[in-house]
Design a protein around this ligand. Structure first.
Ligand SMILES: C[S@@+](CC[C@H](N)C(=O)[O-])C[C@H]1O[C@@H](n2cnc3c(N)ncnc32)[C@H](O)[C@@H]1O
Length: 291
């Protein structure tokens, strides 16, 4: 890969990591959120930011309810703040975690203490002899290169173990410039068909998760945008020349941020159009070749 591509990729990874860390800090402080995933909006739950923590608990319950009987050991890949792992441990499972972010790993460790090992690395880089009955990706699958994720999962699963993914994927629809993230769904089906996994469940939960987008859009319009405008007005009045210069110098970046976060395109309607949020449960087919 060319050096500039490698640098671009590194920059993208760092900005994604930092984005998750900021989301974790703000969510925890302002909304008492303990998870980093979307909420699961049941029909009886009013779509409102103050209900996001309930929707996130619903999501966790939904995820956990799909763990098959007989599973005892779990690897939680991309454990975030460690809340899902904590719930699983409280339910009697033995859980280890993977977390590349030093900040999030620290949070998870202080929650889990010595009940779990937190491997601080990217899943692609995880090594070791441990084997698990189930490997869980709670909205973390999209961050890991597809083939690497599947290869590592085969390696770390016991024979007859399970792969449980709950995450969103890109649909094969043109025009998605604003909503980032997710592997292509068709590519995922194609790729996993070459690995020894048998599909057990494939559930589409897009309708239940999409309301998150409207909540974020609402917060952007009603909080972030007015705060930015007030700040800008202050800057213009105090330092008119510096303010003009900075806005000119960074105009491209500013426009990009506006387009991405404040254009009103991050809505549940667009999410449903361009993404598919799914729960997949796969069983590893025993090929008798577990290392
Ligand atoms: C959206 S958060 C979900 C966190 C948690 N599973 C939850 O449901 O609250 C994505 C998680 O994936 C992790 N992650 C990102 N890239 C990763 C990688 N290459 N390997 C393992 N985890 C990764 C992030 O650090 C973060 O913990």
């Amino acid at each position: 890969m060319a050096k500039s591509n490698v640098i671009d990729k590194q920059k993208k990874t760092i900005s994604r990591d930092v984005g998750l860390e900021i989301a974790a800090t703000c969510g925890k402080y302002f909304l008492k959120l303990e998870h980093l995933h979307y909420g699961y909006w049941t029909n009886d739950l009013e779509i409102n930011i103050s209900n996001l923590h309930i929707a996130q608990e619903n999501y966790t319950d939904f995820l956990v309810s799909h763990i098959p009987d007989g599973v005892k050991t779990i690897l939680d890949v991309g454990c975030g703040l460690g809340r899902i792992a904590k719930k699983l441990i409280d339910m009697g499972y033995q859980v280890d975690c993977v977390s590349p972010s030093p900040f999030l790993s620290e949070q998870a460790r202080s929650l889990l203490g010595d009940t779990s090992r937190v491997f601080e690395c990217r899943y692609e880089q995880l090594e070791g002899e441990n084997r698990y009955d189930l490997i869980l990706f709670g909205e973390s699958f999209q961050y890991i290169p597809l083939e690497k994720a599947l290869e590592k999962t085969l390696k770390f699963l016991n024979n007859d173990g399970y792969l449980l993914i709950c995450d969103f994927f890109k649909k094969h629809v043109k025009g998605d410039k604003i909503l980032k993230g997710g592997h292509k769904l068709t590519k995922f089906y194609e790729t996993i068909s070459h690995y020894p996994f048998e599909l057990v469940k494939d559930l589409d939960i897009t309708d239940k998760t999409a309301p998150n987008l409207d909540i974020l859009d609402d917060a952007m319009k009603n909080v972030v945008q007015p705060v930015l405008h007030s700040g800008l007005r202050l800057l213009n009045s105090r330092y008119p020349l510096t303010s003009k210069f900075l806005q000119w110098k960074y105009r491209k970046r500013i426009n990009k941020i506006y387009e991405k976060y404040l254009s009103g395109a991050k809505t549940s309607e667009n999410f449903k159009k361009f993404k598919s949020y799914r729960l997949f449960l796969y069983k590893k087919i025993d090929t008798g070749t577990n290392e």
